[in-house]
Design a protein around this ligand. Sequence first.
Ligand code: GDP
Length: 366
Amino acid sequence: GLGVGIVGLPNVGKSTTFNALTKAQNAEAQNYPFCTIEPNKAIVPVPDKRLDALAKIVIPDKIQYSTIDFVDIAGLVRGASKGEGLGNQFLSNIREVEMILHMVRCFEDGNITHVEGDVNPLRDIEIIETELIYADISQLEKKIDRLKKQAKTSKEAAASLVVAEELFKHLEELNPVKTFEKIEDDVFVALDKELRFLSNKDVIYGANVDEDSLADGGNKFVEILKEHAASVNADVIMLCAKIEEELVGLEDEEAQEFLTDLGVEESGLEQIIHKAFDKLGLQSYFTAGKVEVRAWTIRKNTKAPQAAAVIHNDFEKGFIKAEVIAYEDFVSLGGEAKCKEAGKLKLEGKDYVVQDGDVMHFRFNV
Ligand code: GDP
């Protein structure tokens, strides 16, 4: 799946954040009848002002945004990989997601217990990340046992075993998979594809602060977290989970005012959604008709026929040409007809690499 898993110690604000995401999902739910609603999953619209600009020109009956899945992964505590808390079961839930939103407590509140006694972002991060490494070690151990048997008769398994044992050493020193030196090696890539190492997933740190710190633009905990994140090439997004929950309930204009008062352009939730979308290597192209103006999600560098398949498989099978208008042209010239007149509607073939924001119409044989 394309999902983002939310992890973090207890009482750091995971549920509050997840609730805010669920509200964002429900606000758009009538537009996504194909989505089954699951208790631990939120299918969240990706805000995109370009869709609103297209809609102003086309005046469609409805607008549909791209979506991104968030999965609430509760129960990660010290000792989880040894079966503490909910134990191994939820570690397998993390395995399925493509990246991790690691919520970190950056607020002090005497009424809300911290499971480790005090607020300390680096210690908290280390607890969680060590659990992920332990979980990878235990998976890898089992794999190595299997490979040892297979290596007697298979050269491929023997080659795999060499890399697996090197990785094992790396992990035993409590290094995450993502810093393993053979990360580009085909043999490693195959192992990772099979075992889906937890400590190899991209991470966004969510710095959960109180209302005052949000207004102040941060606090000492956020600074510590940012310094750490920079050293491991990860992103930090500061938010106040409680405020995010309120924000998703407001009308657009009210929410905008609220954010302007805080001196930020986007809510923390929006920043997280956009950052995750980008880190997952995703982008959108648009279709703009009277019935709907809609964003379709594709991987970066997707060619036209495969982009068409996101709408319908038949569009790929019978692909003839794609009519393409760049987003900027569509908006600045004021719609399809004007773009056609100005020579800005291009006919592209099966090798065309779809660009972010392309407004597309597919021609296909049935
Ligand atoms: P989880 O265990 O990580 O899912 O944490 P919760 O989302 O349930 O939050 C734990 C407690 O912290 C709840 O009482 C929340 O209301 C509170 N909380 C969450 N976010 C914030 C915040 O930004 N500021 C303050 N002061 N409290 C928060």
